[in-house]
Design a protein around this ligand. Structure first.
Ligand code: ZN
Length: 241
């Protein structure tokens, strides 16, 4: 089985298309949340995702766009984009987002947007947070998003788990070590590499491989300008920040 692991698509259709094209023949898509927010094509991204078999969990932006949580914790640009997204969502999209669960367990994998402690809110960025995640994790591997930073963390006896950034083409062999994996962000990368990020799980090879894929950034930025989304959100796509 080949599965595209995607997260933080953020209504960026061009980036999502590029990632799915790159993944080629796949049996499923697993999405770690924040399908919408920031970007210009929320309904289109939801529709494309739903073409595939798979799972998706709720991100904070998915909840904010559908009234599931307030936008008080968001910065001004994110709050403005969340209000814009809420106005754009067709009923079918809103129903889909509202039904997303906070956590999904599929075989050896647990999927959550932020962390198992705080599914929609915690940015898993430190050794202490990785330790807390491993304590709550009942499967060998967990998949997280939210920080938009691709990494892998390995649980090892008597050594605290570190977060190792993952670059394009980096392959993780799935062994008996427990892991936390972040595939990075499809639609708004933040590790200074503007290319769309995702990971590909190959069950027969027992590997997960991080990938970065070029996409038409200018077309997404143009759609954002037409939608009058905040310029800071438009500019950052060029830099992957
Ligand atoms: Zn996000």
């Amino acid at each position: 089985m080949r599965v595209a692991i995607v997260s933080d698509i953020h209504s960026n259709l061009s980036a999502l298309r590029a990632v799915l094209d790159h993944a080629g023949s796949i049996d499923a898509v697993w999405c770690l949340g924040d399908i919408v927010g920031y970007g210009p094509q929320p309904n289109e991204c939801i529709a494309l995702l739903r073409v595939y078999q798979g799972w998706a969990v709720a991100g904070n932006h998915d909840l904010a766009a559908t009234g599931g949580m307030g936008v008080e914790e968001f910065n001004d640009a994110a709050a403005e984009a969340a209000r814009w997204t809420a106005e754009q969502l067709i009923e079918e999209s809103a129903v889909y987002l509202r039904a997303l669960p906070p956590v999904v367990i599929e075989g050896d994998f647990t999927m959550v947007h932020g962390s198992l402690r705080w599914p929609q809110w915690e940015y898993l960025l430190s050794t202490e947070q990785a330790q807390a995640q491993f304590e709550l994790q009942s499967t060998p591997y967990s998949l997280v998003g939210h920080s938009h930073l691709p990494f892998v963390s390995r649980e090892q006896p008597s050594v605290p788990p570190v977060l190792v950034p993952a670059s394009d083409g980096e392959r993780i062999d799935l062994t008996s070590d427990r892991l936390i994996i972040n595939p990075g962000s499809v639609g708004q990368p933040r590790d200074s590499d503007p290319r769309a990020g995702y990971a590909l799980y190959d069950s027969s090879a027992a590997t997960v491989t991080h990938h970065r894929v070029e996409y038409d950034i200018a077309s997404t930025q143009e759609a954002m300008r037409i939608a009058k989304l905040p310029s800071w959100l438009i500019d950052r796509l060029s830099y992957g920040r």
